[in-house]
Each structure stands twice: as structure tokens, then as C-alpha cells.
Design a binder for this molecule. Structure first.
Ligand code: PBG
Length: 325
């Protein structure tokens, strides 16, 4: 036998020499669900280990993350029902607590990279990402609302805005609005191939943001479609996106792969709430070895082609990674 692949696997030192994929904490983005007020922590039952947190508690978490090499965070606001309306006006209101949180976090940790969510759903009384008129999610009238939201976030000091709404033309609209307001340095990570997925369930529980009627299939992508993701990627690149995201990650590793092959932009993947919940549930039942399964899951997303991974596992991974060096 001339060729014996096992020779390259015989010791840990050799395995490390020939390892093709590496995932560092610096490749990860850690999501926070944010609350108004101080000293507030509300655990989310379907996301064990993840809570809605007020700014003071988020700052403590960020400090731990930074010490472990995890530098990037995405913030999702949990907005009280009474502040929601059909045009999501609270999203750009001066007293919006989310905008204050962005400011406070950037003041305390200017070195941290902060990303926002741009979509109407956390602020919308309809629970949809776009404007609802006569039961229809209308595209073009949604764009100025998203643009205004993005500019407000830029004003607060956000590094990256993340349009997650899947309206057509929103990247261009947001890019123009940011540039016109003097925020040409604010980046856009577009949710490029965002599928109409059942795996967002725990997230919608966390924000109480589920649609009040209907579903999101007229704007989020059909899970059956692959080539359509390339079309979305081309458009987002032309419209000025800085990074392209695929979401969810695990059922869509093939999409991550083709976007990586076809685009020169950095590719991100969102390891969503339902993917986290599945693994946590199996681990809690003793059905899987969590310590091994968690890094394997994240590594598979990176190996598929993701440069960046958004994941609720990020903090645990960073701590685990520091301990294995
Ligand atoms: C909303 C948004 C969603 C997620 C991120 N931004 C949910 C949705 O589209 O209904 C899901 C993230 C997750 O499940 O972890 N614009």
C-alpha cells in the first residue's frame, strides 16, 4: 500500500499540522436580546443559557467575551407591545432604548464591533419585517422606514447594520440613506439568502415578534431554492453590501458553499435559534456529548465556506477555545 491516509492522523501534533479548517473566536458574532432598564435578566425557555438582558448586564457579558477573543456582537431589542405600531416608529424614536444601548456599549467598549438588526418586526404591531397594507407586505413603502431605522442606528454609533427583512432593493436604499447622512463608513451585512424557516421559532419567542397573521413566505426564500440565492447575492453585491449572509446555517450548508464560490465578498452564516435549541435539548437529555458536538457543528459551517458565524454558542465556544490552547 503506497498511500496510507492514516499516517496524517497518527498524533495530535500531525493532525494539527494538516488541519484544513480553523475556527477562532474572532470569526464569531454573539447575539444579545436586549431589554430596557437596569438589572434585568429574563431567561428564554427555548434558548437555555440565553436571556434577555438590560445594558448593564450586557456590558458584563461583553467584558467576558472580549477577554476570550470574541469581539463582535449583534443586538436584538425586545420591545414592549405598547410601543409597537404599524409603521415601526419606535425604531427611530429619540427615546428608543436600543439606540441608547448602542451608544452606551460603544462608549464603554469602543474596540467591540457592534451589529444591529434592520427590520420592522420587533417594532411592528403586525409582527412582519415590512409594512403591512390591506394584509399585504408591501415592498417599496417599507424602504424609507428601514433607511430611517438604519440611519438612527448609525447615529448611535453602530459599526455594521444588518438588514434582515428581505425586501427587494433595501441594501441600495439603506446604503444611499447612510451615505447621504454622512455615515459612509458604516458597513452593511446583508441577510442575503434568508429562508422562510421553522428554525427561527425560539427567536420569535425571545422577542415576542411572531407575525400576528400569515407567514413570511412572500419575502423570505423558499427552502427548496438554491440558484435564487445566487441571484440575491449578485443584487446585494451590486447594491453595496459589504458582507453576505446565509440563514439558517445547518440546513443550508450547500448555500453557504455556493455563495463562497461565486462571490468575492466575505460570507457570513447565521447559526439560528432553533439550531442552538436542538443541540441544547439533545445535550440536556444526555443524547449527545455537548462538548464535542457544539464545536463540530460550528466547524461544519466554517468548512462549508462561512468566514463569519453568528451563533448563540459563540461565548461558550470562545471560552472552550481559550481553554484548549
Ligand atoms: C427578524 C429576524 C429573525 C431572526 C433574525 N432577525 C426572525 C424572523 O425572520 O422571523 C432569526 C434569528 C434566529 O432564529 O436566531 N427580522
Amino acid at each position: 500500500m503506497l498511500s496510507r491516509p492514516r499516517r496524517n492522523r497518527k498524533t495530535e501534533a500531525i493532525r494539527r499540522l494538516v488541519r484544513e479548517t480553523e475556527l477562532k473566536p474572532s470569526h464569531l458574532i454573539y447575539p444579545f436580546f436586549t431589554l430596557n432598564g437596569t438589572g434585568r435578566e429574563e431567561p428564554i425557555s427555548s434558548l437555555p443559557g440565553i436571556s434577555r438582558l438590560s445594558t448593564d448586564l450586557i456590558l458584563k457579558e461583553i467584558e467576558i467575551c472580549l477577554k476570550n477573543g470574541l469581539n463582535a456582537f449583534v443586538l436584538f431589542p425586545a420591545v414592549e407591545e405598547r410601543l409597537k405600531d404599524n409603521v415601526a416608529s419606535y425604531s427611530y424614536a429619540d427615546d428608543n432604548f436600543y439606540l441608547h444601548q448602542i451608544r452606551n456599549i460603544k462608549e464603554r467598549f469602543p474596540e467591540a464591533c457592534l451589529m444591529s438588526d434592520v427590520a420592522m418586526d420587533p417594532y411592528s404591531s403586525d409582527g412582519h419585517d415590512g409594512l403591512v397594507i390591506d394584509g399585504e407586505i408591501v415592498n417599496d413603502p417599507t424602504l424609507p422606514i428601514l433607511s430611517r431605522m438604519a440611519v438612527a442606528q448609525a447615529q448611535a454609533g453602530i459599526d455594521i447594520v444588518g438588514p434582515s427583512d428581505m425586501m427587494d432593493g433595501r441594501v441600495e436604499a439603506i446604503r444611499n440613506a447612510l451615505d447621504d447622512s454622512g455615515y459612509e463608513k458604516v458597513s452593511i451585512m446583508s441577510y442575503t439568502a434568508k429562508y422562510a424557516s421553522a428554525y427561527y421559532g425560539p427567536f420569535r419567542e425571545a422577542l415576542e415578534s411572531a407575525p400576528k397573521s400569515g407567514d413570511k413566505k412572500s419575502y423570505q426564500m423558499d427552502p427548496a431554492n438554491k440558484w435564487e440565492a445566487l441571484r440575491e447575492a449578485e443584487l446585494d453585491a451590486l447594491e453595496g453590501a459589504d458582507m453576505l449572509m446565509v440563514k439558517p446555517a445547518l440546513c443550508y450548508l450547500d448555500i453557504i458553499h455556493i455563495l463562497k464560490e461565486h462571490s468575492e465578498l466575505p460570507i457570513a452564516a447565521y447559526n439560528v435559534s432553533g439550531e442552538y435549541a436542538m443541540l441544547k435539548a439533545a445535550a440536556a437529555n444526555g443524547w449527545l456529548n455537548y462538548e464535542l458536538a457544539m464545536p463540530e457543528m460550528l466547524l461544519s459551517i466554517r468548512r462549508a465556506g462561512a468566514d463569519v458565524i453568528l451563533s448563540y454558542f459563540a461565548k461558550e465556544y470562545a471560552i472552550w477555545h481559550s481553554s484548549t490552547r
